[in-house]
Write a protein that binds this ligand. Structure first.
Ligand code: HSE
Length: 455
């Protein structure tokens, strides 16, 4: 019988505790499926916990745990990008394999961490870092390995989706729903990461690196959160057959064909779009009906076509499930046929699913080069010719209007005019909006939300 695999869990918060419970609850399954006993030998925790089995060593010094001789795999669940980075680098240098749910750390320092792991012949696995319990990293690294990914779009922050769903369905105030998400253990330690889109941007950087074989480039992700979304826009969108979701997009643009029909074919717009923002999508799209804390990732790849992966994106059980899936994968490559703990690296898909020397240097597009449809809400005085002025500016900019909704004047003779456009390069839309805002009859800043038909 092979010797047991020994785990260290660093951090006993919501997820760490979830991992301990999962191992206790499903130990027989874990043993049966991996062929080895799996035991937690050490936990790194600031406070001594009396709910932890006495056979497990508790230690507040995480560096000591990370290099302990009594540990094969270090599971990092403390979060953050400072101590967590030091601990992971220390574990790697000491020959430990690492499993982490830390998307912020990998998105910002992953290139360095993966290179160190490569040099030390160990693995850093991170299924739990993206979309909670959905096995999207494994799918992208393995099941879709033969496909060319053209684009992916995902609801990749459970807290944001929970807030948007509750606001739309129940008209609940933003702060109230956010407080509930925090109490349920969905939200980040700093919840602005959820509502400002930063958490989703971290995850998108990870997904895009696998999809396109590019280095991690979190700093190039265009990022907009949900704090500016009003019930008014949610309702207008619904009236027009759309729903507003907070989405992350990674899109491969070839330039010419994407701008066909817009009169602006421009090779400068060839590259990869990495963007996170509220988006109007058709109400009948599957993604539009992924509600609550659920996450979903829609991948459009060739030749497979569209596939959708959906499940709980946050919370103890979902995240622990992903952490332990990685542990099980590592157990399988850790000499399951003998007593050795050194990995058979040739059998393990590289961290980012491609050979490090094969990284692509494809350009990441700037925001003004990105192409999307738009929802515009313009507030205008109810004068003859206002609508004509607005539509003329859009048509002069080569922007194709898809729908217009004008509401009766509701205050001081102002009318909200809602316009949906076909896809347009952002720089063109910027010029048009600037001109619309200069019209005398326009009273407020134009509200713009991106729109995508997901087709
Ligand atoms: N705060 C994150 C979310 C947790 O709400 O999705 C999972 O990454």
């Amino acid at each position: 019988m092979s010797k047991p695999i020994k785990l260290a869990i660093l951090g006993l918060g919501t997820v760490g505790t979830g991992v301990v419970h999962l191992i206790n609850d499903n130990l027989n399954e874990l043993k049966r499926r991996s062929g080895r006993d799996i035991i937690i030998t050490e936990v790194g925790t600031r406070r001594q916990r009396d709910d932890i089995d006495s056979s497990i060593t508790q230690n507040a010094d995480l560096m000591t745990v990370a290099s302990s001789d009594n540990v094969d795999i270090v599971i990092e669940l403390i979060g953050g990008t400072t101590l967590a980075k030091d601990v992971i680098m220390h574990a790697i240098k000491n020959g430990k394999h690492v499993v982490t749910a830390n998307k912020a750390l990998l998105a910002e320092h992953g290139n360095e961490i993966f290179a160190l792991a490569e040099a030390n012949g160990v693995h850093v696995a991170y299924e739990a870092a993206v979309a909670g319990g959905i096995p999207i990293i494994k799918v992208m690294r393995e099941a879709l390995a033969a496909n060319r990914v053209d684009w992916l779009a995902g609801i990749i922050n459970g807290t944001g989706n929970f807030i948007m769903t509750e606001m739309r369905d129940k008209g609940r105030p933003f702060d109230d729903v956010l407080a509930e998400a925090q109490a349920l253990g969905y939200a980040e330690a700093d919840p602005t990461f959820d509502v400002e889109g930063i958490d989703a941007a971290h995850k998108l950087a990870l997904l895009a690196s696998i999809a396109f074989g590019i280095p991690l480039q979190f700093d190039k992700v265009y990022c907009e959160g949900i704090t500016g979304i009003t019930l008014q826009d949610v309702n207008y969108a619904e009236e027009l057959g759309y729903r507003i979701k907070h989405l992350g997009f990674a899109v491969r643009r070839t330039g010419e064909q994407d701008n066909a029909g817009q009169g602006n074919a421009d090779e400068d717009n060839a590259g990869i779009e990495l963007r996170v923002h509220p988006t109007l999508i058709p109400q009948d799209a599957l993604l539009a009906n992924v509600n609550g804390v659920k996450n979903a990732v829609l991948v459009n790849s060739h030749p497979l076509g569209q596939t959708l992966y959906c499940g709980d994106g946050a919370g103890a059980g979902a995240t622990a499930s992903a952490v332990m899936a990685d542990v099980m994968d590592l157990v399988r490559v850790l000499g399951s046929n003998d007593d050795s703990n050194s990995a058979n690296n040739s059998q393990y898909v590289p961290h980012l699913a491609f050979i490090p020397e094969q990284l692509s240097d494809t350009t990441i597009l700037r925001a003004e080069q990105m192409t999307t449809g738009y929802y515009l809400r313009v507030h205008a005085f109810d004068h003859p010719g206002v609508l004509a002025d607005i539509t003329r500016i859009l048509s002069d900019a080569g922007i194709n209007i898809d729908a217009i909704l004008q509401k009766p004047a509701h205050k001081l003779g102002q009318v909200p005019v809602i316009i949906l456009t076909l896809p347009v390069v952002e720089s063109q839309m910027n010029v048009a909006i600037e001109k619309i805002e200069q019209l005398e009859s326009i009273t407020d800043k134009v509200v713009r939300i991106r729109l995508d038909e997901l087709s």
